[in-house]
Design a protein around this ligand. Structure first.
Ligand SMILES: [Ca+2]
Ligand SMILES: [Ca+2]
Length: 349
C-alpha cells in the first residue's frame, strides 16, 4: 500500500483503504467513541469496529496484519485510526479536524501536552506500519519529537494547542503547504525515513513549480543542538527578484534567505528578519539564523517553557537577529531590556 495518496477519486471499494472516503473513517471513529472501545483491541473487537462502514469488515484483516506486524494479538486503536485518516481520500482540512477530535480526549477544544504525547506516538507508529518503512522512534527520541512538535505547534505559547494552531502546524510544518499529506511526508518530516526512501515510494513525481524550491531534506523535529543544517542543494530565483536559498534546521523548520542587493532577509514560516548584508556568506547567515532559533527553544525539565538563548556580545548580526526573533516571539519585555543594555554599551564606547 505504501504511500497512499488522498484525493485520487477512485470509487469506494471496501477492500482498498485508498478508496475509502473520510466519512467512512468518521463512521469508524464515531463507533469507537459511542461503543467505548479500548485503546488496545483484539482482532474480533477490531472487526466489530470496522463493521461501522456498511456492516462490512472487509478491510479489517488487511489492516490488522499491517498494524500487528509482530502478531502480538492486540493493536492500538488510535494507530489504526491514524492510518485510516492518512490513507483515505479526503481534503486536508477534514483530516486535520478528525485527527484533532481523535486526540482531544476531554473534548476541551485543545490538545494538551499529554494528548500530544499520545497523538505523536499513535500517528508515527501507525505511519511506520502503514508504510512498512522506517522504524518507530524509541522512547527518548519520541519524547524529543513530541517536545519539539508541541513547541512548534503552540504558536501563542500558552501551553496548549488550539485547533487553529494545530491546523497551521500540520499544514505549514508537516505538509509544507501542500494540499495533501502522505504517509511518506509525515515519516520524512519526523526523520523516520530518508528523503531517498520517500522519493522511491512516491507514487509519481510531484509537479515541480517555483512555489516551493525549498525541498525538505531532513527531519524538522530532531535534536535542537545537533549539527548545523545542510544547505539546500541549489538556490532558486524567488518571485521578488532576489536569490532565495533555503535549508531545514532540526527542531526549527524550513528557513529561507534572500539576498536583495544590500539586504539579507531571513524567513522562517513567514516570520522574517531583515538586515544589511555585511558580506557574510549566505549559508553561514542561514545557519546562524537557524541555530539562534533553535537555541531559543529549550525545554526546561518537564516544563515546556520557552527560554531565551544566551546573548553573544561579540556578534552584531547575531544580536540583531536575536532581537528580531525575540520580538517576533512576542517577548517584548526581554527585547526592551536587552535594548536598554545594548544602548548603554554603545553609549559607553
Ligand atoms: Ca484536550
Ligand atoms: Ca496555544
Amino acid at each position: 500500500m505504501g504511500a497512499t495518496q488522498s484525493g485520487s477519486g477512485a470509487p469506494y471499494d471496501p477492500n482498498k483503504l485508498e478508496t475509502w472516503k473520510l466519512q467512512h473513517v468518521q463512521m469508524i471513529y464515531d463507533k469507537y467513541v459511542s461503543d467505548n472501545f479500548d485503546f488496545g483491541v483484539t482482532k474480533p473487537d477490531f472487526k466489530t469496529l470496522m463493521t461501522a462502514v456498511d456492516g462490512s469488515d472487509e478491510l479489517a484483516d488487511d489492516l490488522w496484519d499491517m498494524m500487528d506486524p509482530k502478531q502480538a494479538g492486540m493493536i492500538a486503536t488510535l494507530e489504526a485510526l491514524c492510518a485510516l485518516i492518512v490513507g483515505c481520500q479526503g481534503d486536508l482540512d477534514g483530516k486535520v479536524d478528525l485527527t484533532f477530535n481523535c486526540f482531544d480526549f476531554n473534548n476541551g477544544g485543545d490538545i494538551s501536552y499529554d494528548e500530544m504525547v499520545i497523538l505523536m506516538s499513535s500517528a508515527l507508529s501507525g505511519m511506520v506500519k502503514l508504510a512498512k518503512q522506517g522504524m518507530p522512534p524509541d522512547d527518548a527520541e519520541m519524547e524529543k519529537l513530541t517536545d519539539n512538535a508541541f513547541l512548534d505547534a503552540d504558536s501563542d505559547m500558552n501551553g496548549t494547542i488550539h485547533k487553529k494552531e494545530f491546523s497551521d502546524w500540520v499544514k505549514n510544518q508537516i505538509a509544507q503547504n501542500k494540499t495533501t499529506l502522505t504517509t511518506m511526508d509525515i515519516l520524512q518530516t519526523f526523520g523516520l525515513i530518508t528523503a531517498d526512501q520517500a522519493a522511491e515510494s512516491a507514487p509519481a513525481p510531484a509537479p515541480t513549480s517555483e512555489a516551493d524550491p525549498f525541498a525538505v531534506e531532513e527531519s524538522g523535529g530532531g535534536d535542537q543542538s545537533s549539527a548545523p543544517p545542510a544547505p539546500a542543494p541549489a538556490a532558486a530565483e524567488g518571485s521578488g527578484g532576489g536569490v532565495w536559498s533555503g535549508t531545514v534546521a532540526a527542531g526549527v523548520g524550513s528557513v529561507k534567505v534572500e539576498h536583495t542587493g544590500s539586504d539579507v532577509v531571513f524567513d522562517l514560516n513567514g516570520k522574517t528578519a531583515q538586515c544589511q548584508d555585511h558580506g557574510f556568506s549566505s549559508v553561514s547567515d542561514l545557519q546562524q539564523f537557524a541555530k539562534l532559533f533553535a537555541t531559543r527553544l529549550k525545554v526546561e525539565g518537564k516544563k515546556k517553557d520557552l527560554v531565551l538563548g544566551p546573548w553573544k556580545h561579540n556578534d552584531d548580526l547575531k544580536d540583531f537577529l536575536q532581537l528580531c526573533i525575540v520580538n517576533l516571539a512576542d517577548k517584548a519585555t526581554a527585547l526592551k531590556q536587552r535594548k536598554v543594555v545594548l544602548d548603554r554599551q554603545v553609549a559607553a564606547m
